[in-house]
Design a protein around this ligand. Structure first.
Ligand SMILES: NC(=O)c1ccc[n+]([C@@H]2O[C@H](COP(=O)([O-])OP(=O)(O)OC[C@H]3O[C@@H](n4cnc5c(N)ncnc54)[C@H](OP(=O)(O)O)[C@@H]3O)[C@@H](O)[C@H]2O)c1
Length: 318
């Protein structure tokens, strides 16, 4: 049994603990917060036996065999370094770090020390994405990929009120691109690899970061358009267009309803059975990585996604 220590006491850590509870071979043994009382209260909420104050305290505990890092993005790189130095496997929330260069350095360090380092990109391990992959041959020659994740955040109200909030705070690595844009970008590189080029436009907001944006990527024979937003909602699905059929995807981070519309023939709806918790697949992958599974390709895909984020962070701001 692998005992996992958690950094971060927000709702995503709660969802993670729920996923761990239904995956065999792992358990949450300890929760760390910057504040002892908050750690205790959160441990009680998720039913974890032990607490710690800060990462060093967590890493030193005998019952912690691995850590899950769910802290603000700008803290990830240093926390990864500390855990790897302690020889503790790391499962780090998306985006794993702030740039492809930081990721390459973190992966090199982890490999030198023989320590597992995996990004918690739940969409990459979702059964829906593999169902999409299985339907690709039905589309004929692929010509357009339109992937989007656009959802207004309640925390945008803080920005509108003139307050800073972590997820929109550039000092903490907050940004709509880093928070939601990574989902369609990750699906893109997981299904189709690296594009030949990518360019985009981001819309800036008062907190000093992007609130939404769009990108165009060139592949051999097809174009990909990517949209992300934390300040507006959309009624549009993601979509793939081939010369023989189109495929509409309800949600690119967790595809559950896929609608195949052939040029000639009947519309077909494919329902994907939802896992009990959208993080189950990634938790299983981390458990298997700790048990020795080869995660070089997973690490490569994180690097490719962050390379695209790097490019888009250099793009124009409206
Ligand atoms: N996979 C998903 O679906 C999903 C969903 C949401 C978020 N995420 C990812 O999870 C990570 C955390 O996001 P979040 O929105 O939960 O972040 P958050 O609420 O701003 O912070 C998460 C935790 O980090 C600690 N923290 C907050 N501010 C800090 C600071 N300035 N310095 C040090 N520690 C601080 C807090 O724990 P203590 O106060 O107890 O120390 C807090 O509970 C991000 O990387 C995000 O992208 C993933």
């Amino acid at each position: 049994m692998t005992g996992i220590g958690i950094i971060g006491t927000s709702s995503i850590s709660e969802r993670f603990a729920e996923a761990v509870a239904v995956v065999e071979g792992v358990e949450v043994t300890r929760v760390a917060s910057r504040d002892a009382e908050r750690a205790r209260a959160f441990a009680d909420t998720i039913g974890a036996p032990h607490t710690a104050v800060g990462l060093a305290d967590l890493l030193a505990a005998d019952d912690v065999d691995a850590v899950y890092l769910a802290s603000p993005n700008a803290l990830h790189a240093e926390q990864i370094r500390e855990a790897v130095d302690a020889g503790i496997p790391v499962f780090v929330e998306k985006p794993a770090v702030l740039s492809a260069g930081e990721w390459d350095a973190a992966v090199s360090h982890a490999r030198e020390r023989g320590v597992v380092l995996l990004e918690a990109m739940r969409s990459g391990y979702d059964p829906g994405l593999e169902t999409v992959r299985g339907l690709l041959p039905r589309l004929g020659t692929l010509r357009r990929v339109s992937f989007r994740y656009e959802k207004r955040s309640a925390r945008y109200d803080h920005v509108l009120a003139g307050e800073q909030t972590n997820i929109f705070d550039p000092a903490l690595g907050g940004s709509a691109l880093r928070d939601l844009g990574v989902y369609p970008l990750h699906a893109l590189v997981r299904l189709f690899g690296a594009p030949r080029s990518i360019d985009g436009v981001r819309v800036g907001i008062a907190s000093g970061t992007d609130g939404l944006g769009s990108a165009l990527a060139a592949y051999d024979g097809f174009v990909a358009d990517i949209a992300w937003s934390k300040i507006t909602d959309t009624s549009l699905p993601s979509e793939l267009q081939g010369e023989d059929a189109s495929l509409s995807i309800d949600a690119i981070d967790a595809p559950r309803r896929l609608t195949l519309t052939p040029r000639d023939g009947e519309v077909e709806v494919v329902e994907v059975e939802a896992p009990s918790n959208p993080m189950v697949g990634e938790v299983e992958r981390f458990r298997d990585a700790v048990a020795g599974a080869d995660i070089a390709e997973d690490q490569h895909l994180t690097g490719l996604t962050l390379t695209l984020v790097d490019e888009l962070l250099r793009s124009d701001t409206a």
